[in-house]
Each structure stands twice: as structure tokens, then as C-alpha cells.
Design a protein around this ligand. Structure first.
Ligand code: AVI
Length: 317
């Protein structure tokens, strides 16, 4: 057991190191947002979800509270529910409360430590549901346990927005393969006025800035780099032609950092692109889902039309 854990963490470390080095040697510099989510990053993200400016979480929660009974009706009976990127369990509880047909729940998250406590809580509250957490990166190779019922996916929070549209289509098409005969319930943030979007990623308390900078803090702890967090600034803005928020870390001065034996020079004002968060129209997202092999079905919107939840059915091939 010890040896396996050690091997796993060694592998994980080299993966982060490789990805960070490759991203920082790329022009323009860019690092996948999936590396935000160590223990601290996951905690900061949960704080973001509570921020007054960050409307997606509370809007989606409100929609789940209001429409969960309709959503679970799309799913059928004897459901094997798989949640992709299940950091917290608040959202799935609405589905579990609304449907007695969910027999098994498989939360999947890259941050395994985060999943353990959440799963133990769920077991106490839903003793008749088999809770089988998986610490895995579902964007990479993933083997799901054999289905005991109809597989249904749950992918809330507009996490799909953090993928480039081509990658999003690829990921959705893999999901359509896993979920054949069932479908996917997915939350998608909508295009809206840029001021609302700007505020959501530039909160007054600076939590989003800390979340962004945590990438460098994590590198310092895990990889022994010496990034000075004071010498990088959080920058987030809406890019209307691409319908996405971009987050960057901007170097405040000329500086050099060493990583894996390489010297990385940062010119004052240069940036590392750390995240994109794409926003969709309902029709635009449905077209993407269709290209991925889903059949778009029901869609729910909040009253202010800020956020959407889609039921995409996955035809059997
Ligand atoms: C997880 N994801 C959908 C969030 C988003 O809005 O793109 C991550 C986030 N980044 C900054 N604030 C929140």
C-alpha cells in the first residue's frame, strides 16, 4: 500500500512538473487550469463559489432546488450516476433527494483527498446509495466501473467552459460514449453583459486572485521553485470575440525562475495564461453537444437568463 501511494505521488509530481515546464516554455505561456486544484486550490475555489460577485454557483443551486424533480424525470429508473469533477457534494444532493432511482453514485475528481470526506458524509445521509468515489483525471484515460444500472452523467458548474471548444467537443463525445442509452445533465454558463462577467472574476476580496496565484504557490511547495507571489499580478478580463473570460498571471518585473533545471525568464508585463472560461448561448452549446454525438433535449434557465442546465440524451450506437 505504502509503495503504491509513493509511486502514485511520484508520478503525479513529475506530471505537474512536466506540464508546468511545457506550458512555460510554450509561446504564449499557458498552463492548464486543472493544476489549480490541489487541496488549497480546491478550498479557494469553494470560497469563490460563495462570493457575492460569482453568480454561477448560487444560480445553478437555485435552479437545482427548483427543477431537480424535472431533471431526474429525464434520467429514468435504476440510475448509475457519475459526477465529473465532484469537488463538493452540495449540488448532487438535490438529485439524490429528488430521485429514489439513483442506486449508485460515482463522484470523480482529480483531488482525491477532497473526495474522501465528502463521500463519507454522503454515505451517512444516503445509506441506500452505493457511493464509490474515484480519484482520477477524467480528461485523460478513464475506466468506469461496470454499470449496475443506466449510466447518467452529471457535470455541473460550467466546468465544460474551462476547455477549449475543440477539447470540449472531444470530452463530450467521450462522455456520450460512456453514457450510451442514458444522458448527461450539464451546467453551462451563458454569455451576458461583460460587466457582470468581469466582476465575477475580479472579486473585491481578492479570492480569485489568490486562486490564480495558488498555481505558483503550489509549484513552490511541490516542485521547489521560487516564484515570488508578490511579483505576479492576477488579471482577468472578458474577450467578447472568443466569448471567454481569460485569466492571466502578469509578471510585475523582469525576473528569472528555475524549474526542473531550466531557466525561465519573465519580462515585466508578460503573462502566463492560466485559464479560459468560455460562455455559451443555448443554441451554441446545443450545436456543440450535437457535434459530440448527444441529442440535446430539455434545457432550464434561471429567471435572469444567467445560467443554463441542459439534459443531453446519449443515443445508443
Ligand atoms: C470551475 N470553473 C467553472 C470556474 C470558472 O468560472 O471558470 C473556475 C473559476 N476561475 C475563476 N473563478 C472561478
Amino acid at each position: 500500500m505504502q509503495a503504491a501511494t509513493h509511486l502514485a505521488s511520484t508520478h503525479h509530481r513529475s506530471t505537474f512538473s512536466d506540464a508546468l515546464l511545457a506550458g512555460l516554455q510554450h509561446t504564449p505561456r499557458q498552463v492548464s487550469p486543472k493544476w489549480f486544484y490541489d487541496q488549497r486550490g480546491s478550498e479557494l475555489f469553494e470560497q469563490i463559489c460563495e462570493l457575492p460577485e460569482y453568480y454561477p454557483t448560487r444560480t445553478e443551486l437555485g435552479m437545482l432546488a427548483q427543477y431537480a424533480h424535472e431533471m431526474v424525470e429525464c434520467m429514468g429508473s435504476r440510475i448509475d450516476l457519475v459526477e465529473f469533477g465532484a469537488g463538493a457534494t452540495r449540488k448532487v444532493r438535490y438529485l439524490l433527494n429528488a430521485s429514489p432511482h439513483i442506486k449508485r453514485f460515482i463522484p470523480i475528481d482529480i483531488s482525491a483527498s477532497h473526495l474522501t470526506d465528502a463521500s463519507n458524509d454522503l454515505r451517512l445521509n444516503y445509506p441506500s446509495v452505493r457511493i464509490e468515489p474515484m480519484g482520477a483525471d477524467f480528461t485523460q484515460h478513464l475506466v468506469l466501473p461496470e454499470a449496475v444500472g443506466q449510466r447518467v452523467g452529471f457535470f455541473p458548474g460550467s466546468s465544460i467552459g474551462n476547455f477549449e471548444p475543440a477539447e470540449a467537443q472531444q470530452l463530450l463525445s467521450r462522455m456520450a460514449g460512456w453514457l450510451q442509452g442514458g444522458g448527461l445533465l450539464i451546467g453551462v454558463d451563458l454569455v451576458k453583459d461583460p460587466a457582470t462577467l468581469h466582476a465575477a472574476y475580479n472579486d473585491a476580496q481578492g479570492i480569485t486572485a489568490q486562486f490564480n496565484l495558488n498555481l505558483l504557490a503550489r509549484a513552490n511547495t511541490e516542485l521547489g521553485t521560487h516564484f515570488s507571489l508578490e511579483q505576479f499580478a492576477h488579471s482577468a478580463f472578458y474577450n467578447p470575440p472568443l466569448q471567454r473570460i481569460e485569466m492571466h498571471l502578469v509578471s510585475r518585473c523582469d525576473q528569472t525562475v528555475h524549474l526542473a533545471g531550466e531557466r525561465l525568464h519573465f519580462v515585466e508585463g508578460s503573462s502566463i495564461h492560466t485559464e479560459s472560461s468560455y460562455k455559451y448561448t443555448v443554441a451554441g452549446f446545443q450545436a456543440l453537444a450535437r457535434r459530440a454525438g448527444f441529442r440535446p433535449d430539455a434545457v432550464w434557465l434561471d429567471e435572469e437568463r444567467q445560467f443554463s442546465v441542459h439534459w443531453l440524451s446519449a443515443p445508443v450506437h
